[in-house]
Design a protein around this ligand. Structure first.
Ligand code: TYD
Length: 217
């Protein structure tokens, strides 16, 4: 089973990813947790390129780098794991590209669909959990996290995080459009709920999926 997590930076995906991994492992399932971009030595190099703030990319260049990272991770790690019966939890997948590069950067959505199809070879998650949070709240969370660390510096944001509030508003609109278009696959959860409540929602949703047909009532 392929389970993906989506949401703007600061929505709390990593907490939910690790709680779900622990839950599935306690059920005796073999679980592989990954995050995009990255996950292979080559994709990690691409991640550095994409996130280091000293780099500057055109929107199409940025799109193709995310796609290249995905193509590597998918073919070298995700597909072999799924073929072995391993459950894969993925922190971000092609919905991030639609939301960030499509709605955020304003690239043509039909072109994005095609690039996503090439990068993924058509693989689609069984279920996607989208943690919904306003960019304002996400920013507050991010700053309070960073201010706790000794190396806090307001300019210490990565290249994507420096894109501004309007960018993140468009990204969130993009996620809402994706949810509206893929209600069978994407489950929207209010990220302001407590981590334990969000975890319970995720568990009950997964428990309701028919293991044979993948049907979710
Ligand atoms: P990361 O530090 O992993 O952020 P997060 O913890 O929020 O997932 O950085 C990944 C960044 O890359 C994040 O800002 C979202 C962005 N991104 C895209 O713009 N397009 C994509 O296709 C993917 C996978 C990520």
């Amino acid at each position: 089973m392929l389970i993906t997590f989506e949401g703007i930076d600061g929505a709390g995906k990593s907490t939910q990813v690790s709680r779900l991994q622990e839950h599935l492992q306690n059920q005796g399932r073999v679980v592989l947790t990954l995050r995009e971009p990255g996950g292979t030595p080559e994709a990690e190099r691409i991640r550095e390129l994409l996130l280091e703030s000293r780099h500057d990319f055109t929107p199409v260049g940025e799109l193709l780098l995310f796609a290249a990272s995905r193509a590597e991770l998918l073919r070298k790690v995700i597909l072999p794991a799924l073929e072995n019966g391993t459950d894969v939890i993925l922190d971000r997948f092609f919905d991030s590209t639609t939301a960030y590069q499509g709605y955020g950067r304003g690239l043509d959505l039909d072109m994005l669909t095609e690039v996503n199809r090439i990068a993924t070879g058509g693989l689609c998650p069984d279920v996607t959990f989208y943690l919904d949070l306003s960019p304002e709240e996400a920013l507050l969370r991010k700053f309070s996290e960073k201010s706790l660390s000794l190396d806090f510096d307001a300019e210490n944001l990565d290249r994507m995080e420096s894109s501004g509030l309007d960018f993140y508003r468009r990204v969130r609109d993009g996620y809402h459009a994706l949810v509206a278009a893929s209600r069978k696959r994407i489950v929207q959860i209010d990220a302001r709920l407590s981590p334990s409540v969000i975890h319970q929602i995720i568990i009950s949703c997964l428990d309701s999926i028919d293991p044979v047909t993948g049907y979710r009532p």
